[in-house]
Write a protein that binds this ligand. Structure first.
Ligand SMILES: [Zn+2]
Length: 226
């Protein structure tokens, strides 16, 4: 297994993927089965992809997608179950938004908890880094999608035993830019799902709409892909 060249970069400076080792990057990738984390899987070829069932309604669909994506990309995948249903809310749990929610799908502190769980898995697997598929638009909807959040989380986790780093390498890119750069082929993109409501795409939630918008932007849904 390859090692990272020197100390891991800050979350927004990990690079463009070109530094990823020929075989695998020594990292755990949080893989939801959506476009963004799937693009990172193709770009960085992490040593381990982690799909988490944290009680979201779309958990089975996400794990089914992640399994197919890892099989297609020849990557190792692990699943983890964390019951966060007691603290969740919004579209990912039911139709009721939590008071003060900045967006319909907001699940309080979810990204912090999932990245921390992935760091724990990374520590046990002897991997020095966690990658998350956050992209530029995520920060407009909630604080835990912003560069400052991941820089703070990287410091917090990195100061603990093991010194695991947390990186969001595409946090300044749009989904379309990331997917285009990843070189993902349509046979892999076809496995991706982003639905917040169900295990099969509802077609009408923010996740489904964003996925359709990105694929349209890339000319895939219209058959105009350059
Ligand atoms: Zn949906």
């Amino acid at each position: 297994m390859a090692t990272l060249p020197g100390p891991p970069a800050q979350p927004d400076r990990i690079g463009d993927g070109a530094q990823a080792a020929e075989d695998h990057t020594d990292a755990v990738l949080l893989l939801s089965g959506g476009l963004d984390s799937t693009a990172l899987a193709a770009l960085f070829r992490p040593a381990l992809c982690l799909a988490i069932d944290y009680g979201q309604r779309s958990a089975a669909g996400e794990i089914r997608a992640a399994t197919a994506i890892c099989r297609a990309l020849d990557l190792v995948m692990k699943t983890l179950t964390l019951d966060l249903g007691g603290i969740g809310g919004g579209l990912l749990k039911n139709e009721d938004a939590i008071p003060g929610a900045p967006s319909p799908e907001w699940w309080p502190y979810r990204n912090q908890i999932l990245a921390t769980a992935a760091a724990s898995i990374a520590l046990q697997a002897g991997l020095p880094q966690v990658l998350t598929g956050t992209v530029a638009g995520d920060g407009a909807r909630h604080i835990d999608g912003r560069p400052a959040f991941y820089q703070a989380l990287d410091r917090l986790i990195g100061m603990q035993e093991g010194g695991i780093r947390v990186c969001a390498p595409a946090i300044r890119e749009t989904s379309a830019e990331l997917v285009r750069r990843s070189g993902l082929t349509e046979d892999v993109l076809g496995w991706t799902v982003s639905c917040h409501r169900a295990n099969f795409p509802c077609g009408d939630c923010p996740g489904c709409r964003k996925r359709s918008q990105v694929l349209s932007e890339l000319g895939i849904l219209s058959g105009r892909r350059p």
